[in-house]
Design a protein around this ligand. Sequence first.
Ligand code: HEC
Ligand code: HEC
Ligand code: HEC
Length: 434
Amino acid sequence: MSRVHKLSLGLLMAAVAWQVAGNAIDTAMAQDAGAEGTESGMAPAAQTDPLIERGRYVATASNCVSCHSAPSKDAFAGGVAFVTDFGTIYSTNITSDPAAGIGSWTFEQFTRAMREGIDAEGEHLYPAFPYPSFAKITDDDLTALYAYLKTIPASPAKPPENEMGFPFNQRGLMAVWNTLFFDGAPFQADSTKSEAWNRGAYLVEGLGHCGACHTPRNFLGAEDNGKALAGSVLQDKVVSGQIRRWAASNLTQAKSGLAAWTEDDIFAYLKTGHSARAGTFGPMDEVIGNSTMRLTDDDARAMAVYLKDLAPIETSSAHELSTDEKRRGDTLYSIHCGTCHLPTGLGATPGSELGPPLAGSAVVQAADPSSLINNILYGTKKPVELTSPSGWQNMKPLGNTLRDEEVAAIATFVRGSWGNLGGPVTADQVAKQR
Ligand code: HEC
Ligand code: HEC
Ligand code: HEC
C-alpha cells in the first residue's frame, strides 16, 4: 500500500468520486451487434516464420482483433468504443505505424503495457484494456506476439478522443487503482491438476480474458476475484450508436451456470458456436468467430476441462410462480415459444428446425435477465462462419410481435419453470432493452 501514501490527497478524493459515480465499469464491447464478417479484421496473409506464426496464434487466443479493429477501418488500427460507467474509452492503433501505432515501441515498452498497463510515455492505461489478464502471458508468448505485431501493416488512423469527464480523464488515478486491485502476478501452474487443466486455466484466465466480461466488477471497476467467472453485465454499443445491456453468463458449475453442460458441450460451443445446450448470439459471436473457433482442438478442449472443473458459485435464486404468472406465462409461451423449445422446455437437437433447451439454460437463469430479453426482442444473427447445417438455425426477433408486458411474462415464466432459477422480469426491464 506504500504507493497510496505517496499519492496526493487529490487523487484519493478522485478515487472516492469514482466510487460515487457508478457501480461497475462494464467492459463494453463496441463491435456492431451481430457484426457482419468477423473475418474482416483478421490479420494479413500467411507468414511462415514460426515465431510470427506463434505470435499470430497468441493474438488469436487473446482476440486483439475484436477490440482493436473497428468495422470498415484498417485491421488493428483501433477506434473501437468501450462504454463504461466512467465514460467512453477508444482502443488505440496497435499497427506497426511508428507514429500512430506502436511500431517504434521497444519490447520492454510493449511488455510494460501488456503486463502493467503503462504505455510508452509512462501513462497509465485503463483496464478496458485487459492487462490484468494479460499480465499472465508467458515470456515466450509475449516475444512471439511482439514479433507478430511488427508484421501488421502500418495504418495512420487515429482513434477518437476518449469521452471521459473529470476526474476519470486523469490517468494518474489508475496508479491508485493498480495499488488497490492489480497484482500483476504471472500465471501459476497448479501441480495437482492435469496438463490440460493448466493449459485451460492459462487460456481462460490469461490470453482469453474471459473474466473481462464474465467476472463481476466492484464499485471501482475491478474484477471481483471471489466471484471469478460467476457472470456479469456489460454494455454494448450497437450500430445505431444505442447502448445495449447484456448479461454474460455464469460460467461456473452452478445450476444457473454451466452445470447442465458436459465437457463436450463446452468444447463444441467454443469450437463451432453451437452445442446440444445452446447456440452463440450477441457478444459471444465475436469471441467465438475471431478467437475460440480458431484455436486447436487441444486448446479448446483444455478450456472446457478447466471450465467444467470450476467450483459452483450460485448467483440466482428460485422464484415460485404465482397462479397468475403461471397461467399467463404458460399461454404466451405455448403460442410464441413452445413449438420450438417444446412444452417441456427441453428443446430439440442441433440441426433441427427447432430450438435448444431452456430448462437449465445459463442465459435464461442469469441473475440479470438482459441477455434473455435481448434474445426474445432481437433474435440471433450469427455471422456466416458460425452457421452450419449441423448447428442451430437463427432465432427470429419477436420484438415487433410482443409487447413489453408479454416479453416480461414469458421471461418470468421460463425462469420460474422446469426447475430453473431466476427472479421475475418486469415490463420496465424489457422497455430498457428496446
Ligand atoms: C477487451 C478489449 C481489448 C483487448 C482484447 C485487447 N485490447 Fe489492447 N487496448 C484496449 C483499449 C480499450 C486500449 C486503450 C486503453 C487506454 O486508452 O487506456 C488498449 C490499448 C492497448 C495498448 C496501448 C497502446 C497505446 O498506444 O497506448 C497496447 C500495446 C495494446 N492495447 C495491445 C493489445 C494486444 C497486443 C492485444 C491482444 C493480445 C490487445 N491489446 C487486446 C482494448 C483491448
Ligand atoms: C465481450 C464480452 C465477452 C467475452 C470476452 C466472453 N464472453 Fe462468454 N458470453 C458473453 C455474453 C454477453 C454471454 C451471454 C449471451 C451470449 O451468448 O452472448 C456469454 C455466454 C457465454 C457462454 C454460455 C452460452 C449460453 O448460451 O449459455 C459460454 C459457455 C461462454 N460465454 C464462454 C466464454 C469463454 C470461455 C470466454 C473466454 C474465451 C468468453 N465467454 C468470453 C460475453 C463475453
Ligand atoms: C421458430 C423456432 C423458435 C421460436 C418460436 C423461439 N425460439 Fe428461441 N431459439 C430458437 C433457436 C433455433 C435458438 C438457437 C439460436 C442460435 O443458435 O443462435 C434459440 C435460442 C433461444 C435462447 C438462447 C438459449 C441459450 O441458452 O443460449 C433463448 C433464451 C430462447 N431461444 C428463448 C425463446 C423464447 C422465450 C421464445 C418465445 C418468446 C422463443 N425462444 C421462441 C428457436 C426458436
